[in-house]
Design a protein around this ligand. Structure first.
Ligand code: BG6
Length: 480
C-alpha cells in the first residue's frame, strides 16, 4: 500500500553522509515546500545528545554544506528534528526509540546510513520494537555487502522483516538529474533508439574520474577498492541504463525488470580485458598529493583505479565493447558516457570522405551537465577541390536549457521518494545480486591471474596499460 511517511528515522544521523547530504537535502526540500507539514525527523546514533543539541549539530552541518539561498526554511526545518541516542548493536534502547517516534500508524520511513555490520542487529532491534510493520519502509545505504554471499546475507536479514516493496536500496547515482536524463534522452526522442544497437554503435565508454584520494575513509576503502566501491554499483547502473531495452513505462517494476536483464547478460571479463592501478605521489591542479600507500601508511594491494572492457551478451549489444574506467586521484572530476557510433558505410565525397569522422554522443553527467553530439559539416568555401568536412559539436548544456531551476542534491530526490514510497530509482534485490555475481567473477579471476595494481602518478589518467587496453582494439579514451 503506498503511503507517505510522517516520520523519518535516520540511523547514522551524526555521520558524514548525514552532515554533507541527508540533512542538507531534507532542509532544501523543506525550503521548496516538498515536505509535508506533519513530517517529523528523528535522528539516531551512538553519541549522547538531546534534541536541542542535535538541532545545533544539524544547523552547523547546514551552515557548512547547504548554500545560503537554499536555507530559507531553516526555522521550519530545525523544529522537525529530534534525536534519540542508541547503541544499534544491542536490543536495549529500541523501545525508547519507538516511544520517541510515536504513533506507528503515521507511516515510518527508515534510512540506514551505518556500517553494514550494523544492518542485521538494527533490523533485529527494529523488529523487536514493532518498527517493521506494513507501514514502515527502509532505505539502505551502500555498501550492501562486499560480495554476493555477504550481500545475500544482508538481503535475507532485511527481507525477513520487510517485504521487497518496502526495501529501498540506494545508489545515489540514480538520484542524479543527469542520470535520469539518460532515460529521457533515449526514450523521449525518436532519434537515437533506432540506431542504439550493435549495428550502429562501435563501442561505449563510461568514465567516473575523481580527483579526491582516500578522504579519511582509510579502513573502508582499503577493504573495498575501486571495483567494489564504484563499478559494482554506480557504473553498472549507468551501463544498465545505457543498454536496457525500452521499459513499458517509467515505473519501478518495468524499469528494474529491464535493468536486471542487462546485468544478468554481462559477459565474464577476461584477464586481458582489465587493468588495475594504485596512485603514487603526484600533483593535481598544481597541488602536490601523497601516494595511496603514504596516505595509508603501509603498502597495500587495493586498487584505486580500474579499467575494463565489458560486454553485454544479447541481440542488441553482441560485439559492442563497453569500456569502463574509474579511479581516484585522476586529473579531473568527470563522469561521462561516450557513445561512439560506427563510420558511414560509404562516402559520396571520394577521398575527402575519409575526413568524415564517425558521430559521437558524449553525455556529461558531472560536473558539466551536457549532451554533445559530434556531427560532420561542410566547411564553408567554394569547394573547387571538392567538399571539405569538419566535425562540429551539437551542444546542449542542460543548465542553460533550464535556467532558473536549481541543481538538486541526488539525495533530495531519493529521500523524497523514500518518504513517498516510489521505488523506481532504487535498486532491487535481483539487480544487486546480478551486479555482485559479475564482480565476484572478476575478483576471482584477479586472484587466479595474480593481478596486482600497477602504479600510476596521481594526476594522470591511470596506468599506461589502461590506455593500451583500449588502443589494442583501436579505441582511445575520451579525455578532452
Ligand atoms: C561513493 C563512493 O559511492 O561515491 C566514493 O563510495 C565516491 O568513493 C563517491 O567518491 C562518488 O560520488 P559522486 O556523487 O561524488 O560522484
Amino acid at each position: 500500500m503506498p503511503f507517505t511517511a510522517e516520520r523519518l528515522l535516520l540511523f547514522g544521523a551524526t555521520g558524514d553522509l548525514a552532515q554533507r547530504m541527508l540533512l542538507p537535502s531534507l532542509c532544501a526540500l523543506d525550503a521548496d515546500g516538498l515536505l509535508a507539514p506533519e513530517l517529523r525527523i528523528v535522528g539516531t546514533a551512538r553519541s549522547v545528545m538531546d534534541d536541542e543539541e542535535f538541532r545545533a549539530f544539524a544547523r552547523a552541518a547546514l551552515d557548512r554544506h547547504l548554500p545560503e539561498d537554499r536555507r530559507g526554511a531553516l526555522d521550519r526545518f530545525l523544529p522537525r528534528l529530534s534525536y534519540q541516542p542508541l547503541d544499534a548493536t544491542t536490543l536495549e534502547g529500541y523501545a525508547d526509540l519507538a516511544t520517541k517516534l510515536g504513533t506507528p500508524q503515521a507511516g515510518l520511513a527508515i534510512f540506514l546510513s551505518t556500517a553494514p555490520s550494523l544492518f542485521e542487529p538494527t533490523i533485529a532491534g527494529l523488529q523487536q520494537a514493532g518498527l517493521t510493520g506494513d507501514r514502515v519502509r527502509i532505505g539502505l545505504e551502500k555498501p550492501l555487502g562486499s560480495d554476493l554471499a555477504s550481500s545475500c546475507a544482508i538481503n535475507d536479514a532485511v527481507g525477513a522483516a520487510f517485504s521487497e516493496d518496502r526495501i529501498f536500496r540506494i545508489d545515489h547515482y540514480l538520484g542524479k538529474e543527469t542520470v535520469q536524463n539518460l532515460l529521457a534522452l533515449r526514450f523521449a526522442n525518436i532519434l537515437f533508439e533506432p540506431i542504439w544497437n550493435a549495428r550502429h554503435i562501435d563501442h561505449v565508454q563510461i568514465t567516473v574520474a575523481e580527483t579526491v584520494g582516500l578522504e579519511g575513509r582509510v579502513a573502508f576503502y582499503d577493504e573495498a577498492g575501486a571495483l567494489r566501491d564504484m563499478v559494482q554499483n554506480h557504473m553498472l547502473q549507468l551501463l544498465a541504463l545505457v543498454a536496457m531495452e525500452p521499459p513499458t513505462s517509467f515505473d519501478a517494476t518495468a524499469v528494474r525488470d529491464e535493468k536486471v536483464k542487462v546485468l544478468r547478460a554481462l559477459r565474464p571479463v577476461r584477464a586481458e580485458d582489465v587493468v588495475t592501478g594504485q596512485y603514487r605521489a603526484g600533483a593535481i591542479g598544481g597541488q602536490a598529493v601523497p601516494g595511496y600507500d603514504e596516505e595509508l601508511a603501509r603498502p597495500s594491494s587495493t586498487e584505486t583505479f580500474v579499467a575494463l572492457r565489458a560486454g553485454v551478451a544479447n541481440w542488441r549489444w553482441n560485439g559492442v565493447p563497453f569500456y569502463l574506467r574509474t579511479g581516484k586521484r585522476l586529473p579531473e572530476r568527470v563522469t561521462e558516457i561516450v557513445v561512439q557510433f560506427r563510420a558511414i558505410p560509404y562516402s559520396i565525397f571520394g577521398d575527402r570522405g575519409a575526413q568524415a569522422q564517425p558521430n559521437r554522443l558524449v553525455i556529461g553527467i558531472q560536473p558539466e551537465e551536457n549532451i554533445r553530439l559530434s556531427l560532420m559539416a561542410k566547411q564553408p568555401g567554394l569547394d573547387r577541390d571538392g567538399i571539405r568536412l569538419r566535425t562540429v559539436p551539437l551542444d546542449i548544456a542542460i543548465p542553460d536549457a533550464f535556467t532558473g531551476t536549481h541543481r538538486r542534491i541526488a539525495y533530495e530526490r531519493l529521500l523524497l521518494d523514500l518518504v513517498e514510497g516510489d521505488q523506481t530509482l532504487f535498486v532491487r534485490r535481483d539487480e544487486v545480486e546480478a551486479q555482485w555475481a559479475w564482480i565476484d567473477a572478476i575478483r576471482a579471476m584477479w586472484t587466479d591471474a595474480q593481478l596486482a595494481p600497477r602504479p600510476y602518478t596521481a594526476g594522470s589518467w591511470g596506468p599506461s596499460a589502461a590506455i593500451a587496453l583500449a588502443e589494442r582494439h583501436g579505441v582511445s579514451w575520451h579525455d578532452e
